[in-house]
Design a protein around this ligand. Structure first.
Ligand SMILES: *Cc1c(COP(=O)(O)O)cnc(C)c1O
Length: 407
């Protein structure tokens, strides 16, 4: 073949994305074609350890056989009826997720951002109906450096300039306070406050862990002021931090908990709002909905994904392997590392400014067969599937060490 006309398989796929796609992402230049468990393969046949796990959507690992079987079997039977009719999957899904998470009720959606929007609507309506706040006066408190998704309402209360620039005007009714500061919450609450929404650990914000006891204080302040506590556990939930939900580290229960990502094991977009209080009871027929929300394929997949978390003890594995990974990373004495922090298998390695940004470390790791992604410029996030073994972590640690020492 004439070498001047040869374009690598990788480059030909990248060219297609660049030619026809909107330019809203800047992925690493690896083109993946297959995944199994913690491993993925690119179109050239190279194998990589996936230490990002699609931002925790793949807690159960790529292409988990039990989840795939549920998907395929259900796909042959019934995929969508819209919520105009009932199915034999929705009720059992409700029962199983409520029992597993000790929730009273559930509202299924598709993406994480939709679960967030659903909770915001529920909280506002609860505020008007139950707390009797004057019309259109509801306030919801959120934290600086948050990440709750990309809809216009949600980016309106982001403090990340790029997420907002060019997308206004934004919805009113949101108040921003510093993350990890319970006193700031106390000060921000007014008679019109309906809810405080927070991530137990800020994932996209750079794996930021609040002071210990933060959520406990927040729970107490919300109770005392009749304010709903909404925990966005879309990333921290379903085992990621070594508990089923990160709220358990503080021994509290939210009023509304948002789940997504690993709810389907990365197989299908499924999200949900879980409620421990009357907040979801304010919805009446016609108030809210989604054509695909709660469809039988999504329910069958989510039921299998939840069973896998339970049957394979992924919560305990996350705690144990997370501890091992964090301590091993801390034992790497690198001139570039400022701090290693995390809970369970949600770990961030913050580099010193002098290291020149995390991106080039992620690219070097890719060259050694490890896929991960920088977050907030200076943090390398390690969040592999929870099915990862100690041997696989050791394999990764050897390569991480060489990159942190020699780059
Ligand atoms: C990913 C994420 C979301 C948004 O989920 P999408 O499915 O991308 O809409 C919301 N909150 C948190 C904490 C997340 O990590």
């Amino acid at each position: 073949m004439d070498s001047t006309t040869t374009v690598s398989r990788t480059q030909s796929f990248i060219d297609l994305e660049n030619e026809f796609g909107a330019n809203n992402y800047k992925p690493l230049d690896v083109v993946l074609a297959r995944g199994q468990g913690v491993w993925v393969w690119d179109v050239e046949g190279n194998k990589y350890l996936d230490m990002l796990a699609s931002y925790s959507a793949l807690n159960q690992g790529h292409c988990h056989p039990r989840i795939l079987t549920a998907l395929i079997e259900q796909a042959k039977k019934l995929t969508l009826v819209s919520r105009a009719f009932r199915t034999d999957q929705l009720g059992p899904f409700y029962k199983e997720i409520c029992e597993m998470t000790h929730s009273h009720s559930v509202l299924p959606m598709n993406s994480g951002a939709e679960a967030v929007e659903t909770a915001l609507k529920a909280a506002r309506k609860w505020g008007y109906q139950i707390k009797e706040i004057p019309d259109d006066m509801a306030e919801i408190i959120v934290c600086a450096n948050n990440f709750h998704g990309r809809t216009t309402t949600i980016v309106g209360f982001s403090t990340e300039q790029q997420y907002r620039d060019g997308f206004g005007p934004f919805a009113p009714g949101f108040v921003i306070i510093p993350f990890g500061d319970a006193e700031a919450l106390e000060w921000a609450i007014t008679p019109n406050t309906v809810a405080f929404m927070v991530e137990p650990i800020q994932g996209e914000g750079g794996i930021i862990i609040p002071p210990s006891g933060y959520l406990k204080k927040v729970r107490e302040i919300c109770d005392r002021n009749n304010v709903l506590l909404i925990l966005d556990e879309i990333q921290t939930g379903l085992g990621r931090t070594g508990k089923l939900f990160a709220e358990e580290h503080d021994g509290i229960e939210s009023d509304l908990t948002l789940v997504g990502k690993a709810l389907s094991g990365g197989v299908y977009p499924v999200s949900a709002v879980l409620s421990n209080k009357e907040a979801l009871a304010v919805f009446e027929p016609g108030d809210h909905g989604s054509t695909f929300g709660g469809n039988p394929l999504a329910c069958a997949v989510a039921r299998a994904a939840l069973k896998v978390i339970e049957d394979e003890n992924l919560v305990e594995k996350s705690l144990f392997m997370g501890h091992y990974l964090k301590e091993s990373l801390r034992n790497i004495i690198s001139p570039h590392v400022k701090e290693v922090r995390g809970l369970g298998l949600m770990i961030g390695v913050e580099l010193k400014k002098s290291a020149g940004g995390a991106r080039k470390f992620c690219e070097a790791l890719m060259g050694k067969g490890i896929l991960c992604k920088e977050t907030h410029k200076h943090v390398i996030r390690f969040a592999p599937p929870l099915v990862i073994t100690k041997e696989e972590l050791d394999w990764a640690l050897e390569r991480i060490e060489s990159v942190l020492l020699h780059h």
